[in-house]
Write a protein that binds this ligand. Sequence first.
Ligand SMILES: NC(=O)c1ccc[n+]([C@@H]2O[C@H](COP(=O)([O-])OP(=O)(O)OC[C@H]3O[C@@H](n4cnc5c(N)ncnc54)[C@H](OP(=O)(O)O)[C@@H]3O)[C@@H](O)[C@H]2O)c1
Length: 330
Amino acid sequence: MPPYAAQQTRNILIIGSTGVIGTYITRAIVDARENFERICVLTTEKTLVEKVQDIAALEAWGVEIFTARLESERAVKRAYEGIDTVVSCVGRAGIEKQINLITWAEQAGVRRFFTSEYGTDIEYWPESAQEPPHQLKLKVRAHMKTMKRIEHTYLVTGPYSDLYFGTMKARPELGEFDVKAKKAVLLGDGNGPVSFTAMADVGKFVVAALVNTNASRNATLIVHSFTATPHEILAEYEAQTGTKWEKSYTSVERLREIEKEEYQVYSALATVVTLRRIWTEGGTLYKYYDETILGHIETETLESQVAANIRKQEDGEGNFPSLLRKLSLF
Ligand SMILES: NC(=O)c1ccc[n+]([C@@H]2O[C@H](COP(=O)([O-])OP(=O)(O)OC[C@H]3O[C@@H](n4cnc5c(N)ncnc54)[C@H](OP(=O)(O)O)[C@@H]3O)[C@@H](O)[C@H]2O)c1
């Protein structure tokens, strides 16, 4: 083995396993279980009570469950025992808590930490450093630089097509594709390409990064499923529904106005507006993904994601299937 070769991933601890993207990541890791020895999750007592079915599904798959408050060094370190790789998928409110989680991981002998990224490239261009939604993730990366031994992997995926291709009930002006009303609100002039990753593909990319330990060692992996403009997405919706849709546009200038309004009232939507403005300005990927890094991965396409969203909206299905519900599909 060459001196720089990273050791294989054997024992994984997932933090945030029942969250929006954690669900997909956990499912993909479980599906690839022949590559690993132990798959564990660290969750809270609250989740044990509130997501009984998800926890039961995890147990049925042979996943070991640990509980801890993310602030509890002793309990977190107990969960870290024997773990070589932590995959964090904590939500935005938990991003900063990763600073301690990383320090404790290094102290406990964890070799690799995947921080909760799975989104917009926070170091895309100089302006990225000032964007409010990036601040805590940037702080986590800065902390990681101060670590001595622990390795990192940052998986950057751009926006999830599953969400972008859906409705935006809270504020349709922020862009949406409404299958029932056959109406679309397109961002910018509709011609700006955006690179998307389907949520299921985020799980596949994480597994590929876990398996290809050398390629993902201390790396920022920028991946995506496909690239499309709002006009191309609309054209695909029109082709698949067999009819013309009504369309309107929200310019970048208008997005900036909305952004100001939402920040002034401390709205949770503010982060969403900023990210959508960044994507519309071209501040996300559309670099071609280099398959030599992680190997070829079969991904979702513009066509398959539009088809999935039509089904989802026609069935009135919620955006985020629970782990158990996904289990029943297999
Ligand atoms: N690219 C995109 O379009 C996009 C969209 C959404 C999110 N993201 C990114 O994906 C990552 C995960 O986001 P998400 O929406 O999947 O997260 P989420 O559903 O809000 O939360 C994920 C999980 O975090 C865990 N958690 C524990 N303590 C927490 C705390 N104090 N605050 C917040 N979470 C806590 C919980 O784990 P348990 O399951 O154990 O209870 C929770 O289920 C983030 O980095 C986010 O920025 C990207």
